[in-house]
Design a protein around this ligand. Structure first.
Ligand SMILES: C[S@@+](CC[C@H](N)C(=O)[O-])C[C@H]1O[C@@H](n2cnc3c(N)ncnc32)[C@H](O)[C@@H]1O
Length: 288
């Protein structure tokens, strides 16, 4: 059996609590895996797109000492109180003592209303694939384009979502994955893409892809999802848990992309000799 990655930060948190507040495979392990690739200097401003209860947002604020703006437009459909996801985020930020560095905002991509270049970094997990499934590929790309717009030039997006391997869907699972619409397991054929299709979408909206692959612990993250997510825990023989277990990583995976908003190329003029008042890198007057 291959060794799993270690998660020094995420392993401090109780997985039952993590999966009660995270919606997707990997929980805080995904957050740590991606955040470790983002060069998160303390104090930088990070946009978290699709927070759900914001446990990952709070984790990023607490463990990486960044300022997080978390956006989510919807109510948590499983919440008996009918609270907005961003209200859960606000509660979790208080509970984890990061309310001074986490700002919950009820908003969604692609209509965020933030000014261009508002953020130093962005983060998004297990969110846009649902938009692909329900609203199509063009809307998925519009969401990515919006994240690119609000990132500063040179800023990084750390992105992860359930993806399928670049193989034919196993015949025994196709009846489940293709049965319906929406974000639940019966709509996953429409929601999920392979890593190459995903990176192509990133490039099409102007990102440079620095790193992209299937996560090495994708199967572990799905196993944990089955073990701890409230729905699967309550119903271990239900369709979702059964199908994920029976997939066993044959089609289902989890992919990640680290992408950068390019810096505009600086138009350089002819070099001005030092004796004429120029430095080595100083362009001719009137040019930037
Ligand atoms: C499956 S949850 C993932 C949350 C979190 N990143 C995690 O992995 O635990 C996806 C969230 O995206 C939110 N969402 C749906 N449409 C959105 C949009 N257009 N913009 C931002 N978030 C959206 C949903 O309300 C939901 O809370």
């Amino acid at each position: 059996m291959s060794a799993h990655l270690t998660y020094a930060k995420a392993s401090k948190y109780d997985p039952d609590v993590v999966y009660a507040h995270c919606s997707g495979p990997g929980g805080l392990k995904v957050a740590e895996f991606i955040a470790d690739r983002l060069n998160l200097d303390p104090g930088l401003r990070l946009l978290d797109v699709g927070t759900f209860h914001g446990y990952q947002s709070c984790f990023l604020a607490k463990e990486y000492d960044v300022v997080v703006v978390g956006i989510d437009p919807w109510v948590d459909p499983s919440d008996p109180e009918g609270l907005l996801c961003v209200e859960h985020l606000a509660r979790n930020a208080r509970a984890l003592s990061v309310d001074g560095s986490v700002l919950p905002v009820r908003a969604g991509v692609p209509e965020t209303c933030f000014a261009d270049a508002s953020f130093d970094a962005a983060y998004c997990t297990t969110t846009l694939e649902m938009i692909r499934g329900s609203e199509g590929e063009a809307r998925y790309r519009a969401c990515l384009a919006e994240v690119c717009r609000v990132l500063r030039p040179g800023g990084l997006l750390g992105f992860g979502e359930p993806m399928h391997l670049d193989v034919e869907m196993p015949k025994d699972l196709a009846p489940v994955y293709t049965k319906g619409e929406g974000a639940d397991i019966e709509g996953w054929a429409k929601c999920f893409a392979a890593i190459d299709e995903t990176t192509e979408a990133f490039r099409s909206v102007g990102f440079e892809v620095l790193e992209a692959d299937y996560a090495p612990d994708a199967q572990l993250w799905w196993e944990e999802y089955c073990q701890y997510t409230p729905g699967c825990k309550a119903c271990p023989d239900g369709e979702e848990a059964q199908t994920i277990r029976s997939d066993g990583g044959r089609w289902l995976s989890f992919g990640y992309v680290i992408a950068q908003k390019p810096c505009p190329t600086v138009a350089r003029g002819p070099r001005v000799p030092r004796e004429a008042g120029g430095g080595d890198d100083k362009p001719a007057a009137g040019l930037i």
